[in-house]
Write a protein that binds this ligand. Structure first.
Ligand code: NDP
Length: 310
């Protein structure tokens, strides 16, 4: 145990070092005209991703469902000299999504990077409740899909490709140690990327919610801890693979690369600030993924700048 903790600490130190190494000119596919959008960015990991992307010289749109809080968060970065703009965006509200798209169209015309960071979780520590399952699945899975679908037509067509980065969690892994999915049929369905479809993922989350309503979910073989949250992130992971497969069929010059990552256990409001790394370190892999020069990478899952299994 001590060995693995030391290994992890060393890896985190290396990640911190990597973050400080600037991208070399030949890797730098973006300019100050490159537009990135981050959802749920008024605080935590999202706020840090905005800061780091703007630090790399992109134009970044900080979005938040609460206008006042978002304006204040953007102001902090603008006063620090970062090229950050703000617009309200609630990923659960269709009219908010429409307003946002219209604003992007009029002000920027397109975006190059979409980071789906907005998320909720109502379990902290060892607490596991499914009381808020509907909200958790709607926000983390359906909300993420809603904004992706709305933004795809607004993603710039360029030879370097546009990028979608989904913030998920190791808790959504199909063979995860910490929150094991014991339902073999669900696991086989979500694992088989060749036959996996969005409808199959929708059916899986609907089945989970139905069991929650009927009070039978405990014998359904769902993950034991943070159950609703784990199911929501499992669904986003699976959707990332389906999305990447669909987007890979687009012609050259119109490609969009979609990947997901786990930020680690991060000291933010979501964990009651009980994580073991800072929001700055938690943001690192997402920013690295968004800026990857290697366009062949799509439909993959990452943590600490390394590919991990779904
Ligand atoms: P925070 O709770 O600090 O941030 C979550 C953000 O999402 C907030 O800005 C929140 O807005 C926003 N949000 C929630 N619902 C909506 C919505 N409907 N529309 C728009 N924004 C919304 O948590 P973190 O920074 O820790 O979490 C960021 C992401 O990282 C989440 O997807 C989370 O699941 C993921 N993650 C976090 C881990 C951790 O250890 N912290 C581990 C693994 C994954 P508001 O302030 O208004 O509530």
């Amino acid at each position: 145990m001590v060995g693995s903790k030391e290994k992890r600490d060393k890896r985190l130190q290396q990640v911190s070092l990597l973050r400080t190494i600037p991208y070399s000119d030949h890797q730098r596919w973006w300019t100050s005209e490159t537009v990135a959008v981050v959802t749920g960015a008024n605080r935590g990991i999202g706020f840090e991703m905005v800061k780091q992307l703007a630090g790399h010289g992109l134009t970044v749109i900080l979005t938040s469902r609460d206008e006042n809080v978002g304006v204040e968060a953007a102001k902090v970065l603008q006063e620090g000299g970062f090229n950050v703009d703000f617009h309200r965006l609630d990923i659960l509200d269709t009219s908010s999504i429409q307003d946002f798209c219209q604003w992007i169209k009029e002000k920027y015309g397109f975006i190059d990077v979409l980071i789906n960071n907005a998320g909720v979780n109502y379990n902290v520590g060892t607490h596991n409740s499914v009381e808020y399952s509907h909200m958790v699945i709607s926000t983390n899975y359906n909300g993420t899909k809603n904004i992706i679908k709305a933004m795809i037509p607004l993603m710039r067509q360029a030879s370097t490709g546009a990028r979608i980065v989904n913030v998920t969690s190791r808790l959504g892994r199909l063979k995860g140690r910490h929150s094991k999915l014991e339902n073999e049929a669900v696991r086989a369905k979500l694992m088989d990327v060749d036959s996996l479809t969005e409808e199959a993922i929708d059916e899986t989350v609907s089945e989970f919610l139905k069991q929650v309503e009927e009070g039978t979910w405990e014998s359904g073989g769902w993950p034991h801890s943070f159950t609703d949250y784990s199911v929501s992130k499992m669904a986003v992971n699976a959707y990332t693979r389906v999305l990447a497969k669909e987007l890979s069929e687009r012609p050259e010059g119109e490609k969009i690369y979609a990947n997901c990552f786990c930020p680690g256990w991060v000291k933010t409001a979501m964990t009651g600030y009980a994580g073991n790394i800072s929001a700055e370190d938690g943001a690192d892999t997402g920013v690295w993924l968004a800026l990857l020069p290697d366009q062949a990478i799509t439909g993959k899952f990452f943590a600490e700048r390394r590919e991990i299994s779904f």
